[in-house]
Design a protein around this ligand. Sequence first.
Ligand SMILES: *Cc1c(COP(=O)(O)O)cnc(C)c1O
Length: 429
Amino acid sequence: MTLTHKKSLELFKKAKTCIPGGVNSPVRAFKAVGGNPLFIKSAKGSKIYDADGNEYIDYVLSWGPMILGHAHPQVTRALKKTVENGTSYGAPTSLETELAEMILKVYPSMDKLRMVNSGTEATMAAIRVARGFTGKDKIIKFEGCYHGHGDAFLVKAGSGATTLGVPDSPGVPKDYAKNTITVPFNDLMALKKTLEKEAKNIACMILEPVVGNIGCVLPRKGFLEGVSELTKRYDIVLIFDEVMTGFRVSFGGAQKAYKIKPDMTCLGKVIGGGLPVGAYGGRKDIMAMVSPEGPVYQAGTLSGNPIAMTAGIETLKILSKPDTYKNLEEKAKTLEDGLKDAAKMAGVKTKFYRAGTMFCTYFTDKEVVDYKTAKASDTGRFARFFQEMLKRGVYLAPSQFEAGFISLAHSQKDINTTARAAYEAFRKA
Ligand SMILES: *Cc1c(COP(=O)(O)O)cnc(C)c1O
């Protein structure tokens, strides 16, 4: 089977004349795997369709949000109705409270939250609030964790930054970046040492509790507990960036799965059901700092707009039904088994990790526990695997350092097809 990508290629050429690199977010450009990006025309359920009419089983799912699958009828219906009433007012609506209440119920570590338009906005605002609350400037982040493209975070960030090998971006003032201290993930000793020197200057510590932006790196037993304990000891605000892990690692996110209560939480992706949304929230005393209740300024013309709120509300309604997460877990486990068996049968050494509905197959035979061990993966082999999967109608994230996602719409047949394709692709890789 050979698929043609003629139209995608034409569209990409045209896009490059007016958009940097032809894309509006770097990792879409397929730089890490070679070839040209597919231009997508439509999507439904577990499938996406490109401009040349090819069909793919989608494990990117818009980088996480589409946990129900694409164009879920209940979401689409509600969106149509909302659109008819106007798309933005710049004044409050009850939809904002409705979605906030739904989220707070599932994330009891948060007393209040503020809606924004992206994960990036959520993390940028969260550290500003933490700095305002503590009166301190420095932050600690963990190597390989990606928190969006804010200046403070583009220091040893994962995702596109890792893929493209630009851990530090030009344009970030040195004076600003010096307030960001990075520590390896899963390394409590390194964290303790850093804190012995720096604790009095640290406003907050931010991390992805499961690192999805260098694939899928799980916290070692005791790591998150240790982080939580240290932040309490030194009066540092602990921020869980659950933009990806929220509603993915479990309904209540990684904080529920690992039983940790962060002081603040950032969300995005799933809570917008495919529309641009982010949110940050936390303890009452911390959130009381946020304008207009408090002095820390943060605002947004389109924040909490009715369409995004509607997509979020309908998505969470479906996710909150009994057995939804049992069903998701079964699908994810079946896929895990299928991919692991395929690699084994093909005689390819890989390490597979999964947390709920996010997963990653690393082309390495060593355990992946942090940025350094993730980077030791064979990216050339991944690129060949990726291309072979694409040829067989399976759309994976075009980088070794991205998580894969599964949705409620993925069928047993999709998973079987994927596992069969993976066996052949592993052999060819
Ligand atoms: C995707 C992501 C972000 C950034 O969200 P955007 O909506 O792309 O700005 C931040 N943190 C994590 C953990 C993410 O996965």
